[in-house]
Design a protein around this ligand. Structure first.
Ligand code: 4NP
Length: 154
């Protein structure tokens, strides 16, 4: 069986998408499916390249048992060929990705994370960068729900 290759994308790749990556990887590992998945994250903005996730996000995630060790990197052209599923955190990330996609076929891999929400009233994952602690907890709540649903649907 080919691996499922999943890329989570936000703006800075230091808050939302590395958290999504960590949560999804934890679900995969918990289910003993590590060999069947390759999970990564990237940003549409390269200004934080090489950085660990924001300390506030690392702390909030750590309290729920997730260790976030990804280093920020920008989306590249090869990502559109290397991944099967590319998941945008908000409408702005989604439209940036649609514009970057090199073909119609690769653009079909891009999905909004909100399409995996079931109980949430949100239709995007808000950028927590200028929010308080509650913002980071909200992001983790939304990502846990979406990641569970993405995993369950594969
Ligand atoms: P993220 O949050 O997109 O969830 O990683 C952000 C972090 C930093 C910036 C923007 C969004 N920034 O512009 O510095």
């Amino acid at each position: 069986m080919d691996k499922h290759k999943i890329l989570f994308v936000c703006l800075g790749n230091i808050c939302r998408s590395p958290a999504a990556q960590g949560i999804f990887q934890a679900i995969v590992d918990r289910n003993g499916r590590s060999r069947d998945f390759f999970v990564d994250s990237a940003g549409t903005y390269s200004g934080h390249q090489g950085e660990l996730p924001d300390k506030r996000m690392r702390n909030a995630a750590s309290s729920r048992g997730y260790s976030l060790t990804h280093r920020s990197r920008p989306v590249t052209l090869s990502d559109f060929f290397d991944f099967d599923l590319i998941i945008a955190m908000d409408d702005s990330n989604y439209s940036d990705l649609i514009h970057l996609a090199p073909s119609v076929e690769t653009s079909r891999k891009i999905k909004k994370i909100s399409s995996y929400f079931t109980s949430s009233t949100f239709d995007y994952v808000p950028d927590p960068y200028y929010m308080g602690r509650d913002g980071f907890e909200l992001v983790l709540d939304l990502l846990e729900e979406a990641c569970f649903n993405i995993y369950s649907g594969l």
